[in-house]
Design a protein around this ligand. Structure first.
Ligand code: ATP
Length: 355
């Protein structure tokens, strides 16, 4: 497996015809470590697939270089880059058996038949396809075919990386959970370098050690699920990760105090440097308490989502979501307290360092 360096990658589709160029990727400079499990997470159109295709060689980037273990592979084709890919829809041979579909990439590389057999059977067992071994792929359902595609992606231990582009889209919800945890086990067992594109936060957070959040053609944060939750580096990360996402409210700052209208919030930490630009306070609904103390709030909606209730209220005209515990009550004149432990400050959408 390989360490993959993305060296100042920029990409514009049809750059020669479009002036000025519209960048699908604005500037991506990042390393995927050897043996790491990464998710590329972001909304539709943020550039995830473009980046994946640049790594595999399906797309040549307009600018920048790709290195595998320090070697420049930018001019190389997909095949020369030795990458396995699993796409959104199954790519398999319908006329072959399930077994032969998995064996094909190995035989193609001249792997000895005994080794082919051992590897194929191991992968078939790990993704619960043993009972289908001798069935022709043609008769199988879409999600069974996609499992074969996954198997084909995983079968070769000599690839530099395995790239997945929303591979579980056609899989039913229960099976998604099963396959995600099987992928995780396979990763632990074989130490693949894996890059997994998704727009689904649950999928990204359960699959990856490191989640790479993309927004408008840029990487805005790379971190563990816990880091993305506790310290979103960009307001978009706070909004996109979490359910509901982070509340973001305009504030003014005076040292260790943030002001929302006439309300004052004492901060645990103050910015290390006076920030410029539009200043906002970010707080996740998990850190907002509703009670008889704090800022006056007007409740606009209460949603019961089973485990807890989500309360939406207006504070100084701004919508704030809070999560209400099972036994918590909403008083007649509700007020809100923001737990300082859960506050992050932002200047022009980027997190401000505090101490
Ligand atoms: P999705 O989840 O919808 O696939 P994505 O995050 O993978 O989104 P990309 O498919 O990489 O995003 O697209 C990034 C931008 O590049 C979008 O604005 C898209 O319209 C544009 N784009 C993608 N492929 C092409 C193409 N072949 N020609 C022109 N523009 C493209």
């Amino acid at each position: 497996m390989a360490r993959i360096d993305l060296d100042h990658i920029r990409h514009a589709y049809g750059a020669r015809t479009q002036k000025p160029a519209q960048y699908a990727l604005k500037e991506v400079h990042h390393t995927f470590e050897d043996g790491g499990a990464y998710a590329l997470l972001g909304p539709s159109g943020c550039g995830k697939t473009t980046l994946l295709n640049i790594i595999s060689g399906l797309v040549q980037s307009s600018e920048g270089r790709i290195l595998f273990n320090g070697r420049d592979v930018t001019p190389l084709s997909t095949q020369e880059r030795n990458i396995a890919q699993v796409f959104q829809f199954p790519v398999i041979y319908d006329t072959m058996t399930v077994y032969d579909n998995l064996a094909f990439p190995l035989r193609n590389r001249g792997v000895a038949e005994r080794e082919v057999d051992r590897t194929v059977r191991e992968i078939l067992a790990m993704i619960d396809l043993e009972s289908w071994t001798n069935r022709k792929a043609r008769g199988l359902t879409a999600d069974q075919k996609q499992k074969i595609s996954l198997g084909r992606g995983l079968v070769r231990a000599d690839v530099n990386a395995i790239l997945f582009d929303e591979p579980l889209t056609v899989i039913d919800p229960h099976m998604k959970w099963v396959l995600r945890s099987q992928l995780k086990q396979l990763h632990k067992r074989f130490g693949y370098t894996m890059v997994y594109v998704t727009h689904d936060q649950t999928e990204a957070l359960t699959f990856a050690d490191q989640v790479v959040v993309m927004f408008e053609g840029e990487i805005v944060q790379i971190g563990t699920p816990a880091e993305l939750f506790a310290r979103p580096e960009h307001t978009f990360v706070g909004y996109f990760i979490g359910s509901p996402g982070m509340n973001v409210l305009p504030v003014t700052l005076e040292g260790g105090t943030a002001r929302i209208g006439t309300n004052e919030i004492q901060l645990h930490t103050a910015p290390t440097q006076a920030p410029n630009g539009t200043i906002e306070l970010g707080i996740r609904p998990e850190f907002v308490r509703i009670g008889r103390e704090g800022m006056p709030a007007t409740v606009t909606k209460v949603e019961d989502v089973g485990r807890h209730r989500i309360v939406r209220a207006k504070v100084e005209g701004h919508e704030v979501a809070a999560i209400l515990g099972e036994d918590d009550e909403i008083p007649a004149e509700p007020r809100m307290i923001f737990d300082p432990a859960g506050i992050n400050l932002y200047a022009d959408n980027w997190r401000v360092e505090t101490a």
